[in-house]
Design a protein around this ligand. Structure first.
Ligand code: AMP
Ligand code: ZN
Ligand code: FE
Ligand code: FE
Length: 283
């Protein structure tokens, strides 16, 4: 039986594995395909693609966009995007600067509480264009300012805590459009985690292609519920572990195994979208 993991992070965002380390683990676990979905960046895709080709594994380039719709935060996974697409690259670069500025704001708020964290230390540890709260937490642990990552989130970084800084997000409708113009498929990430059920119809109207039914934090009941929703709206079904390497606890890769038939459907959807674009362009 062939299976895939379509939700993975590397150190190009807040994961800890290099693309090569991630591919090596995926290969050892017997995956037939993986997708890389770093937050607001596609930088790791080239290296992951090379490593996958060597390991004879199918690679799906992607990213995970942080978006919002009617005050609800929603993560949108992009699959099979053109990673050289200029419009996509320009827009995600803007959100990378939003992330970098937000790190400075979070550090300033932490400093205000008398905790001497340095922004440079967070940036040095993150060493990527798309830093996030896990990097702040890890830098705090490294500097001996908190005992562990949980303490950093509980005391400072969680929503409502003193160093929580809201992130400027793109609208979910723009996210779907941005992915489509880059030749990709747009999939709502972990709907059970963000409680985004109410906005599904709006996103479907905007052209949403799929929904992540299988995710580490989805219970069996949740997965079944989203499979029904996928069926109702004729959406693609995806799934993945959302592995961040050692960023949190043990690496999650291997905990979610998406049956390969869903990968085949993803490729088929991409093919038919490409054909539609070609037909429209020829008119
Ligand atoms: P950001 O994109 O900067 O808002 O950070 C989001 C990342 O932080 C995601 O990878 C989450 O899984 C992680 N995260 C959010 N809340 C917590 C928490 N309480 N403990 C550990 N990681 C968290
Ligand atoms: Zn993350
Ligand atoms: Fe997410
Ligand atoms: Fe993720």
């Amino acid at each position: 039986m062939k299976f895939a993991d379509l939700h993975l992070h590397t150190l190009f965002s807040d994961g800890t594995f290099t693309p090569e380390e991630l591919v090596e683990r995926a290969s050892k676990l017997g995956f037939a395909a993986i997708a890389l979905t770093d937050h607001d960046t596609v930088e790791g895709c080239e290296r992951a693609a090379t490593a996958c080709a060597a390991a004879k594994m199918e690679f799906i380039p992607g990213t995970e966009l942080t978006a919002e719709h009617e005050d609800t935060e929603v993560h949108i996974l992009a699959y099979l995007v053109d990673t050289q697409n200029k419009v996509l690259l320009k827009r995600i670069a803007e959100f990378q600067s939003v992330r970098q500025n937000r790190i400075r704001e979070m550090v300033a708020a932490i400093n205000k509480l008398g905790v001497p964290l340095k922004a440079e230390d967070v940036f040095a540890l993150a060493n990527c264009k798309s830093p996030g709260r896990p990097h702040v937490a890890r830098a705090m642990v490294k500097a001996g300012l908190v005992a562990n990552l949980d303490e950093a989130f509980e005391r400072f970084l969680k929503k409502g805590r003193p160093a929580w800084v809201p992130k400027t997000k793109m609208s979910a409708l723009e996210g779907v459009e941005l992915i489509h113009q880059a030749g990709g498929l747009a999939v709502m990430a972990h709907p059970g985690l963000n409680r985004t059920d109410d906005i599904i119809p709006d996103l479907v109207n905007a052209g949403l292609d799929g929904i992540e039914c299988f995710h580490t934090k989805h219970s069996t009941v949740m997965s079944e519920r989203y499979l029904e929703i996928a069926d109702k709206y004729h959406l693609l079904v995806t799934g993945g572990s959302d592995c961040h390497g050692f960023s949190k606890k043990a690496p999650l890769i291997g905990t979610v195994k998406l049956p390969y038939e869903h990968v085949e459907k993803l490729f088929a959807a991409k093919k038919s979208a490409d054909e539609k674009h070609r037909a429209a362009a020829a008119k």
